[in-house]
Design a protein around this ligand. Structure first.
Ligand code: SF4
Length: 265
């Protein structure tokens, strides 16, 4: 498949003025629609190759080190051995996830970019609401996600024009409508969703076939992996995200906020 290589706009790398949408001006809506049309049936590797050419070192993969992210990074690294891999260390992750970070760093000879929450914000939150505040209501849980995930992500994306996610359409809810390449107005960046059309089974097959290191929690009934206090194993046949914030009743609330798409303008 041949895609026109986009012109790279010049930009100031650190401070992002969200009101001007400078990065998001790189492609018009019509151009983006055409790109998405061409990439709709492309293999994730082709999507990643396009993104690597389009955004260069301003492209970053954000991963929670779940299996989808590991499959993506294997493909991304094979395209570009300097592929950037970043994660949000909420300081409440599973030990198995930290182990995997070390294994990935060794296997690909790469340095994982780890972003931490502001420790003063964490301290203030704990003093006001307690260590395990997330069990005391959705507002508390969202506050914790905001401080430990959303705010660090905002800082991480100051160093990127585009970020790669592991979102899939078959995960349902708001994820059912994602585009392959979409505008992320909240961060003045493009979001690249190479696995949009893949299934969990296709990802697992890729990982096994290519001997990609993955989190051993996936073999213990965890289809989705997040923070330790907020993730549990699920029964066969249960929705893959049902183990996240399982004590909350509203299925539409089962997002931490990092994939919220802010409206344009
Ligand atoms: S998933 Fe749980 S521990 Fe992690 S940031 Fe959100 S509320 Fe806090």
């Amino acid at each position: 498949m041949t895609l026109a290589k986009p012109e790279l706009a010049s930009f100031e790398p650190i401070e992002v003025d969200f009101s001007e949408h400078r990065v998001l001006d790189r492609f018009s809506d019509d151009e983006l629609a055409e790109i998405n049309q061409q990439l709709e049936t492309a293999h994730p590797t082709e999507i990643l190759r396009w993104a690597d050419e389009a955004f260069g070192d301003r492209l970053i993969q954000m991963s929670s080190f779940a299996i989808d992210g590991m499959a993506i990074f294997d493909m991304f690294w094979k395209i570009n051995p300097k592929a950037r891999l970043a994660t949000l260390d909420t300081m409440r992750l599973f030990e198995e996830t930290y182990d995997l970070m070390d294994r990935i760093a060794r296997r690909y000879n790469t340095e994982v970019e780890v972003h931490y929450p502001d420790i003063r914000e964490v301290g203030r939150m704990i003093r006001q609401h307690g260590m395990n505040l997330f069990y005391k209501g959705v507002d508390n849980r969202k506050l914790c996600c905001e401080i430990r995930k959303v705010n660090p992500l905002n800082k991480a994306l100051n160093e990127a024009d585009a970020w790669i996610t592991g979102l899939r359409r078959d995960q349902g809810m708001k994820r059912g409508n994602i585009e392959i390449i979409q505008k992320d107005f909240a961060h003045d960046a493009y979001k690249v969703n190479p696995m949009a059309n893949w299934t969990a089974e296709m990802i697992r097959e890729y990982v096994i076939e290519n001997k990609v290191p993955y989190n051993i929690l996936h073999d213990k009934g965890f289809p989705s992996i997040g923070c330790a206090p907020c993730t549990r194993a699920v029964q066969p046949g249960e929705d893959e995200r049902s183990g996240r914030w399982w004590w909350e009743s509203d299925p539409d609330a089962k997002e931490c906020g990092i994939h919220t798409v802010a409206p344009a303008g």
